[in-house]
Design a protein around this ligand. Structure first.
Ligand SMILES: *[C@@H]1O[C@H](CO)[C@@H](O)[C@H](O)[C@H]1NC(C)=O
Ligand SMILES: *[C@@H]1O[C@H](CO)[C@@H](O)[C@H](O)[C@H]1NC(C)=O
Length: 527
């Protein structure tokens, strides 16, 4: 109960803090191409800034429900030619779900391949859009908030409005951004998000890790950016190269925190706002609450979702039966997310299907005992924030890495879609329900995640306003920002030092030789 009051006070305090009007800066947030989870990280910040009296214009690719009719928020929805969907991605006529189960590697590659067409299409859709063109002609802004995923449309807008800009990453700081800020990628201990490595790597792993960062990010970026430059200049002829604009970034917000991500050295302009979207649980819809408490249920309940991108109804029959059979053996209730209600499926009586889950309200419910998830970053953060042990069954992108970290931290069990069976799943569920260590570890991380001087959202608001007040963040920028890769790694300095060492050694050798020969000739002279 004390805990509940604690949150009431915090929420009231935040409401007062955010209701402090009278700043009224104009902020442009640019995120035309985004998955639901990417959006979830920026929407709380937009709402908080609007509540503090700033006027926020949000450029998106799809109307955002949470921002409808919100005071001080205007959403510009662009008619995007590409939508964020993975339906039927991958090889053949099978669904994505079937493909990823049967040929994971090929499907993962095909999944990434599909994103190659996105940047050009996004640039075209954005700069052709009449609303954007009108905005560029008539309006002014004090700050541009750019999603790192669509930086190639954000940079030209920041340049056009001639104002400072902040980059927001929905995930860890993506490779190359540390370099832009004057730091290094630290591939010696920061695992690439799709590598499957932890922060302790062998020589071989560090080699692969470094190669991955260059092959997947840094080298493609150096080839692709000039192509994007040309296309942007088609619409904005005077626009400088994107990398020149990027060089002036004021701050980078990342969705990390040392308690749930790997800690890393970071420049002062890198601000960690991990779990920015997490909030205390609210009351559940009545039908869910009734279902959970049905018959005085003392065993609690489990939550099963695979996120917003992949559809449950594409799940292969064999795997579907594994889940159904295991769930029917449990005393717990199960709340299972299905976007479209299944036809011809009879579910065990302890299972409730729902097209939409109030995920944080479920995870924060006192009777929640476990979370079966695909291991997306936001879901992982929610599990820790609400203190619920995890069974992770990852598909693509960073999910594997998130679950490897969760297993290492001792609050999760990782399974694989291609070899999941009833015994394995049942065993894993019994383990997280009955073995104390999963509970203890997730509670330990929960208190670490909450042990901060302010909430991540308050931190993001503070730093955004810092940039507004100071017209940038020049005081925070590292001197190394203008140094080349060789200079930053001190290669030139080591060359100089080596040369000096060589000279000294050569001089000593010369002196010794001269002395010896002088001694010899002196001895000969004396014979
Ligand atoms: C927003 O306002 C319009 C017009 O007042 C109304 O029709 C619409 O239902 C509102 N939308 C939401 C999500 O409240
Ligand atoms: C984008 O626009 C350019 C110039 O009009 C055109 O050449 C190109 O094919 C378009 N690309 C996409 C993916 O729409």
């Amino acid at each position: 109960m004390a805990c509940k009051y604690h949150w009431v006070i915090i929420i009231t305090f935040q409401a007062l803090l955010f209701a402090d009007h009278g700043h009224g800066h104009r902020i442009l947030a640019v995120m035309p191409y985004a998955s639901t989870s990417h959006k979830s990280t920026i929407v709380p910040l937009i709402s908080a800034l609007a509540a503090r009296g700033h006027h926020v214009t949000y450029v998106s690719g799809k109307p955002t429900e949470q921002l409808q009719n919100k005071t001080n928020v205007r959403e510009i929805v662009i008619d995007m030619k590409v939508e964020f969907t993975v339906a039927n991605r991958g090889a053949g006529k099978q669904s994505f779900f079937e493909n990823i189960v049967e040929r994971p590697f090929k499907t993962k590659m095909a999944f990434l391949e599909k994103f190659r067409e996105v940047p050009e299409s996004t640039i075209n859709s954005t700069f052709k859009d009449p609303q954007i063109r009108r905005m560029m002609e008539k309006e002014e802004f004090d700050l541009v908030l750019i999603s790192v995923i669509t930086a190639y449309v954000g940079y030209p807008l920041a340049w056009h409005f001639n104002c400072p800009f902040v980059i927001m990453s929905p995930n860890v700081v993506l490779a190359d951004m540390p370099f832009v800020m004057g730091d290094s990628e630290h591939t010696e201990y920061v695992p690439f998000i799709m590598s499957g490595f932890t922060h302790h790597m062998s020589l071989m792993q560090r080699t692969i890790n470094t190669a991955l960062v260059h092959l997947t990010t840094k080298i493609p970026k150096s080839f692709n950016t000039p192509v994007f430059d040309k296309l942007v200049q088609h619409y904005l002829p005077a626009c400088p190269p994107l990398l020149d604009i990027e060089h002036n970034v004021s701050l980078v917000f990342t969705n990390t925190h040392p308690s749930i991500s790997y800690p890393r050295a970071s420049p002062p302009s890198l601000i960690e706002v991990g779990a920015i979207h997490c909030r205390p649980a609210q009351t559940l819809p009545t039908d869910m609450e009734d279902f959970i408490n049905d018959g005085g249920n003392a065993a609690g309940f489990l939550v099963f979702t695979v996120g917003s991108v992949i559809q449950m109804d594409e799940m292969p029959e064999k795997i579907l039966n594994v889940f159904k059979n295991v769930f029917s053996r449990l005393p717990q209730k199960v709340i299972w997310q299905w976007k479209t209600q299944p036809k011809n499926q009879t579910m065990p009586p302890n299972v409730m299907l729902s097209s939409w889950l109030p995920q944080q309200d479920l995870l924060g419910h006192p009777k929640c005992r476990g979370f079966l998830t695909h291991g997306g970053l936001l879901s992982t953060q929610e599990a820790v924030y609400h203190g619920v042990p995890v069974i992770g069954i990852p598909f693509v992108t960073d999910q594997e890495n998130n679950m490897i970290k969760a297993v290492m931290d001792g609050y999760a069990i990782k399974l694989a879609w291609n070899d999941i069976d009833e015994e394995q799943l049942h065993g894993a569920i019994l383990d997280i329900l009955n073995e104390e260590k999963y509970q203890l570890n997730v509670k330990r991380l929960q208190s670490l995640l909450r042990d901060q001087p302010e909430t991540p959202l308050e931190r993001a608001v503070f730093w955004t306003e810092y940039v507004l007040r100071n017209k940038g963040a020049a005081a925070l920028q590292l001197g190394s920002r203008n140094l080349s890769r060789f200079q930053r790694n001190l290669l030139d300095v080591y060359c100089v030092l080596f040369t000096i060492l060589l000279c000294i050694t050569a001089t000593i050798i010369c002196i010794v030789k001269t002395i010896r020969s002088t001694q010899r000739s002196f001895k000969q002279h004396n014979k």
